[in-house]
Design a protein around this ligand. Sequence first.
Ligand code: TA6
Length: 279
Amino acid sequence: MITIKKLSNGFEYLEILNDSATAKIALQGAHIFEYKRKTQDELFWLSEISDFELGKAIRGGVPICWPSFGMNNPELPQHGFARTSLFECTSCEEIDANTTEVQLRLTHSEESLKLWNYKFALVLKVTISDKLTMELKTTNLDEKEFKLTQALHSYFKLSDISNAVVKGLENKPCFNALTNETNIQNGEITFNQEFDKVFQKVDSELILQDREKTISINNEGSSSVVVWNPWIDKCKRMSAMKDDAYKEFVCIESANAFEDFIVLKSKQEHTLKATISLV
Ligand code: TA6
């Protein structure tokens, strides 16, 4: 079943229910803010004090950072403008009792052209089943080429940050955004302080191990991954986040960031795909 819901302030989202899972996707930002397999807990963390308001990005779930990751393009707002733009739902299909496919689309507008002077189509295809698949396709509809950086900025819900282990990034080159140094990741990742690194040359499955669950992340069309936790001090400074919220999540972002940027010539397209499952 697919239902369009509207909050009293006009904020709209899709609610998807099938025999395998449930999901909620806001039209603003094509932002998945809930995904839950029938017998399991929420996959994504969602801030209990997040805004659901047009013009403000939801804190949690999977914000889409596009057409710029972070400040990769300093002329654009942090993480671009897609996460606060209104997408249109162009298709909703119940493929079978266990699988629902939804597509949301954003194209250039007078407003976007003022920020970023390119014509484009950005489509997020979400497949909700016993796993979650997100395919973010960018098409260059302009005559001139453009450069793109992006991320599916997934906030994974944890029992506690002290239980989290990220596997699959060992020996990968990484840029530490806190020290501006590039080095090689030594071993699996655990967390006991602020962490903000962009890994490159990532070509295989990632595993997030929590106390009672194991999450598998497979990325295609991407060779960079961002891992982030704000820890105590930054968490206090973050918008729409309670002071101790850093304990409840880690972000593992499927990306095309920094040197893994994409250049699209006129009519070319690129798809960043992430498949997330509980194993
Ligand atoms: O992807 C990591 C990061 O760029 C961090 O540096 C951190 O600030 C985070 O994203 C959240 O950014 P936001 O703009 O959503 O507050």
